[in-house]
Design a protein around this ligand. Structure first.
Ligand code: NAD
Ligand code: MG
Length: 384
């Protein structure tokens, strides 16, 4: 029996995780569930999985959460300190599925406590990758990737010393064939309608700009300890091949599967074992043509911005990710256009100097400055 704490329980990854947990009551037991502000959904989840603890980030929502869970035996908590303390409580696995840098402190707390972390929350690793991998080395915590491409690579990775290249595939998103002129007019509703995957709003927009793939290169660098010269991206619109590892002898190992996040989540939950999932099976005979092409960095400049941030290191990935969170938020609110997202990120990177980040405080400071600068660029563009 594995005990699990699920951070980001009310989100898309949270729902897929809870589905697998519910199907395997003999294998998994939920210790704690946590979310941002949706107290009603969190209470419903806590009841359904008989969680011992429910934590809500927004302290103002605690009375409603407490009332909704009265008499159930589930302990309720609120606020960022409670979130971090809960993440550090001993369990077999913490599923880190909060969106954005908000997930950094609790994820790091779980790693520092020596707990195995199944990581979906890529932004945490992107803004503080060196801190997180150093903490994992100290505590002995393992980080198991949930992100489909990284989980794919984890499944086929034999010997990091003998690989020549890691390739992440990208669907290309909903605007793969669009001109820049057409992209200037796309709406938030069109941007979140991903052709292959059903995901939260932020990552769906990131997939549409290709920023997601750029963030994933940085994620792969930290997870697998591989430099940018051995990391590549290939657009594969069918999203059936999730990641490839080329070895020095010319062999290429790839992982394939249906585009359903329950496959990589099941792998991380059960590792080193495997469990059954209810997903549709991949049938190559009827899958049609599998296509692969180079990404177009001119039409999707976010990818090149992320590649440059990875190469520069220090605070750059954190600045990139924080500015992107602000810009995507503004786009979803209808304040700026789709092409403004990468422009705001680029302007923010240009406005700030490269600096090293070696402590959590320095990461928090870089994140805060980047958000402030990005907000001013958003305001400037929104006023045009
Ligand atoms: P989502 O928007 O559906 O859910 C986000 C979750 O984070 C919610 O439970 C929300 O309550 C919680 N949250 C937000 N702010 C919080 C805060 N301050 N404190 C505590 N909780 C907070 O997002 P998602 O699609 O489930 O993605 C979650 C993470 O997983 C992201 O980092 C994303 O990049 C990554 N990921 C998602 C997918 C996918 O298929 N959805 C695939 C790969 C990676
Ligand atoms: Mg991914």
């Amino acid at each position: 029996m594995k005990t699990i704490t699920l951070l980001g329980a009310t989100g898309s990854i949270g729902a897929s995780t809870l589905d697998l947990v519910a199907r395997n009551p003999d294998r998994f037991r939920v210790h704690a569930v946590a979310s941002g502000r949706d107290w009603a959904k969190l209470a419903e989840i806590a009841r359904a999985c008989s969680a011992q603890v429910a934590v809500i980030a927004d302290e103002d929502r605690l009375p409603e959460l407490a009332e909704a869970l009265a008499g159930t035996g589930t302990q309720v908590r609120a606020g960022s300190t409670a979130m971090v303390e809960t993440a550090a409580e001993p369990v077999d696995l913490v599923v880190a599925a909060i969106v954005g840098a908000a997930g950094l402190a609790p994820t790091l707390a779980a790693i520092e406590a020596g707990t195995t972390v199944a990581l979906a929350n890529k932004e945490a690793l992107i803004c503080a990758g060196d801190l997180m991998t150093a903490a994992a080395a100290r505590s002995g915590a393992r980080i198991l990737p949930i992100d489909s491409e990284h989980n794919a690579i984890f499944q086929v990775l034999e010997d990091v010393g003998r690989i020549s290249r890691i390739v992440l595939t990208a669907s290309g998103g909903p605007f793969r064939g669009l001109s820049r002129e057409d992209m200037a007019r796309v709406t938030p509703a069109e941007a979140v309608r991903h052709p292959n995957w059903s995901m939260g709003a932020k990552i769906s927009v990131d997939s549409a700009t290709l920023m997601n793939k750029g963030l994933e290169l940085i994620e792969a660098h930290h997870l697998f300890g591989v430099g940018p010269d051995r990391l590549g991206v290939l657009v594969h619109p069918q999203s059936l091949v999730h990641g490839l590892v080329e070895y020095v002898d010319g062999s290429v190992l790839a992982q394939l599967g249906p585009a359903d996040m329950r496959v990589p989540i099941a792998h991380a939950l059960a590792w080193p074992e495997r469990i059954e999932t209810p997903v549709n099976r991949l049938c190559l005979a009827t899958a049609g043509k599998l296509e692969f092409e180079e990404p177009d960095r001119a039409r999707f400049p976010a990818l090149a911005l992320a590649e440059a941030a990875l190469a520069a290191g220090g605070c750059r990935p954190c600045v990139l990710s924080a500015a992107n969170e602000v810009a995507v938020g503004a786009f979803l609110e209808g304040r700026i256009g789709f092409l403004d997202i990468a422009a705001v990120v680029s302007d923010t990177l240009s406005a700030l100097a490269v600096a090293p980040v070696t402590t959590l405080e320095e990461v928090a400071a870089a994140d805060a400055v980047a958000r402030e600068v990005a907000r001013s660029f958003v305001a400037h563009r929104a006023a045009r």
